[in-house]
Design a protein around this ligand. Structure first.
Ligand code: FAD
Length: 318
């Protein structure tokens, strides 16, 4: 079933969903099941699986020179999606990015997903690789998530990249996109970012999942601004409890967002790692209670390998 159908079927009840990362190469599928098994108590209607582009590394050669090599540390997104659907009978949402894909490779990936009966996809641009100061698409690839949404929507209408294909089978993908309550870091201003978000919806995207936020006001204002420009699709809040002191700096640096002062004070005041974790969990519980009361369609947890924290929060809220 499509993510939007799950939301419709819930008739205003708040759903719970999760995002998992593929294990590092050499890891096992069991590590994903270990995260998801305990989460099945919450009956998530869908589970997202992230996609990770290849990275550049510099290997030192015997001569002393460094050699640039490309590696993919977390492959397996599509296989994990199929395994999740098979084991739990829950819909999987693979993330698909522009980076590292030509349009033809994207088309082939979509064909694989379609044949596996995976009909949800989160369409993203992806970030710049390490050692690159800006996002660089493949020569025959997409520059923006908007172009990727257009390609997926095209396939939903039976249009393939290979123009020789006539009467191509139409796919039926439900397309999610990312949204940024605190603005995407590259956008010159919030309005510009919102303009391109709206363009993605007009191109065929069916719902938005937000970047994590720690101040619900940011989410509520974002929804209001989206509605004001005519974006009517569901806007799913993305959530991540803080559990460690260093995250006070690493989360803003990595995700380009602000942490509210009262949360920062609570974490700074906490003595020891257990107390810090408790403070982060308490904050997330309060956040989720308010979001649920406001009738958000779904609370989407970025588990980042830590299922216990998300579980604690959900148990206190649902
Ligand atoms: P876009 O929508 O392309 O926007 C990128 C920037 O360009 C924005 O500033 C936007 O305002 C601007 N823009 C958009 N369209 C145009 C246009 N046509 N012309 C000019 N400017 C334009 N990354 C991964 O690598 N793998 C993942 O699995 C992954 N999952 C994510 C899940 C969620 C819920 C979120 C919020 C992010 C995720 N990311 C992931 C990170 C994401 O790839 C980055 O945030 C990336 O920098 C932007 O992606 P986007 O899809 O929002 O890009």
């Amino acid at each position: 079933m499509k993510v939007t159908e799950h939301i419709e079927q819930a008739k205003g009840e708040t759903l719970v969903s999760f995002e998992v990362l593929p294990p590092l190469k050499g890891g096992s599928m069991q590590s994903i099941f270990d995260i998801l098994d305990p989460m099945m108590d919450f009956k998530p209607p869908f589970i997202d699986v992230t996609y990770h582009r290849e990275e550049f590394v510099y290997n030192r050669r015997e001569s002393g020179f460094y050699e640039k090599a490309s590696i993919r540390k977390r492959p397996g997104t599509v296989g994990i999606c199929a395994a999740i659907m098979h084991r739990y009978g829950v819909d999987a949402v693979p993330h698909l990015i522009c980076g590292g894909f030509t349009k033809e490779e994207t088309e082939n990936a979509l064909i694989d997903l379609n044949f596996l009966n995976i009909n949800n996809v989160l369409a993203l641009r992806g970030d710049a690789r390490r050692f690159e100061d800006k996002f660089v698409p493949e020569a025959e690839g997409h520059h923006y998530a908007l172009d990727l949404v257009e390609q997926i929507q095209g396939m939903n209408e039976g249009i393939y990249q290979d123009k020789a294909i006539e009467n191509g089978a139409s796919t039926d993908f439900c397309i999610g996109i990312a949204g940024y309550p605190e603005k995407h870091f590259e956008a010159p201003n919030f309005e510009s970012d919102l303009y391109y978000t709206k363009r993605k919806i007009e191109a065929g995207a069916d719902y938005i999942v937000t970047q994590m936020f720690f101040d619900n006001t940011k989410y509520f204002e974002y929804v209001e601004k989206c509605r004001a420009v005519g974006i009517t699709v569901p806007i799913i809040p993305g959530l991540k409890p803080i559990t460690k002191r260093y995250q006070l700096n690493s989360i803003p640096r990595r995700f380009f967002l602000n942490l509210p002062e009262p949360l920062v004070k609570e974490i700074e005041k906490a003595k020891g790692s257990a107390a810090i974790k408790e403070a982060g969990i308490e904050w997330a519980i309060a956040q989720c209670k308010e979001l649920k009361e406001a009738g958000v369609p779904c609370m989407h947890f970025y588990t980042m390998g830590d299922w216990e924290t998300s579980k604690r929060v959900i148990e206190a809220v649902m």
